[in-house]
Design a protein around this ligand. Sequence first.
Ligand code: DMJ
Length: 562
Amino acid sequence: LPLYRLTPRGDMTICLAFFNQNNPKISNYLQRIKSMFYHAYNSYLDNAFPYDELRPLTCDGQDTWGSFSLTLIDALDTLLVLGNRTEFQRVASLLQDTVDFDIDVNASVFETNIRVVGGLLSAHLLAGRAGMELEPGWPCSGPLLRMAEDAARKLLPAFQTPTGMPYGTVNLLHGVSPTETPVTCTAGVGTFILEFAMLSRLTGDPTFENAARRALRALWKTRSDIGLVGNHIDILSKKWVAQDAGIGAGVDSYFEYLVKGAIMLQDEELLNMFQAYDQAIQNYTRFDDWYLWVQMHKGTVSMPVFQSLEAFWPGLQSLLGNLDSAVRTFQNYYSVWRQFGGLPEFYSIPQGYTVDKREGYPLRPELIESAMYLFRATGDHTYLQLGFDALESIERIAKTPCGYASVKDLRDHQLDNRMESFFLAETIKYLYLLFDPTHFLHGGGTEGDGSWEEGGDGGQCVLGAGGFIFNTEAHPLDPAALYCCSRHAQDHQELRDILLSLSQPDGRSKPPAKQTEDPPPNPSDSIALKPGEKRTPPLLSCPVQPFNARLSIFGQVFTDNT
Ligand code: DMJ
């Protein structure tokens, strides 16, 4: 059977017969991916819950990004992706009973948003499909939505800065520490609009969306004369502290959220921002369909490396319709995967080899994610082949008696005692979706698993009919839900008008003030820890260390001890 065929309109569609669950090869892969998930998931539950993560070499648990059973929150919607409604229901209730965000913990604003807020929001939106009992008014209310809102509210103090750009770390009980560094990575400023806009539209409270937009607009204004942004910025002085411009670690999901935010919110401002960046990225950083790191003001190459986090880019390009370039870049990245059986964190392009101290593969999803999008767009077998390769590699290299371990070094397959929660949230989910192109999360279905459901104010809104947008932790968000809760927004506006009229000395109502582009921070929100209060050790708020090493000879990267 041909894998794909042309429709009468000339579009390419994937030949679903090939994917019939009766196709023994495909159903065998889907089965193996499920077994991979349950080996990791059950090991976490048996050995690590309620800690954030499983330690797969010592078979125990540890708190990493907070103290909120992170792996369980991150894995929740994957249960539904694999069709396990009963376990989804059980875990959704368990999380409501056990997770508390009122804790004295310093948490990464970025990670808490993409994993916790994103995970709970997506589970909330999928709760109907998972057969959970729904509150009247769902999806505009519900226990998982309240949890997501609760978690997001804990992050808001970080946004109370003169620029609107958030601090990287916040104490969930006390706000931002007075000793907190104002330096954070670009992605830590610009990766909120998907979750925060969805939260605002569902709850009717615009605070979240406004905070995310204010941060995005402030960041946009800091771009260099040649249109690039750097890697780390001082959010108080707006000075760029690390001036390497690229598409990988520290920056990646900023660009991702401009594109996905534009699609989800039908927002031209976000798309225009991305397109301007993209032009500069293509002009200054792209060489032979690789993307290098360059100095943000001059455009000169600072690091000729490919980072595994950059592998999301071909998928993002396919969303924009730039297929030719996406396909070529994917081929470059796939050649690195084939060389090592995984993607090293850094790969020196001129040397064609790993970079000192960056030889690990922590089971990241990005190349599989791109394969999923590109397979969806082209039907080309190459992308399935990457899926086969990934499944084989991870089983052979990373499997331990109790889970899957991050690979410390792809050259000798040494392992690290860590299983990041994104392995269950993203890597396995994208792998499964790659091999199941009829899955409801690919969207567009009108029957069976793809069917839509009703909800919202007066039960008029239609959910699940038009595709999903994945946040950067692979948590699917349903854009249709944005239009379900307009009554909330109305109520909120009415309440605001009443409060305004009451606050006028003569009791008369004034027209509501126009929202300024950069609303000032609320001075009543304290961002300080009180003297003597307990602090947990600071976490890295960004995926990797800042770039404090530099090249001395072109091609010799990271030879110092950073
Ligand atoms: C995930 O937490 C997210 O995808 C984030 O955007 C980047 N890092 C990891 C996966 O590699």
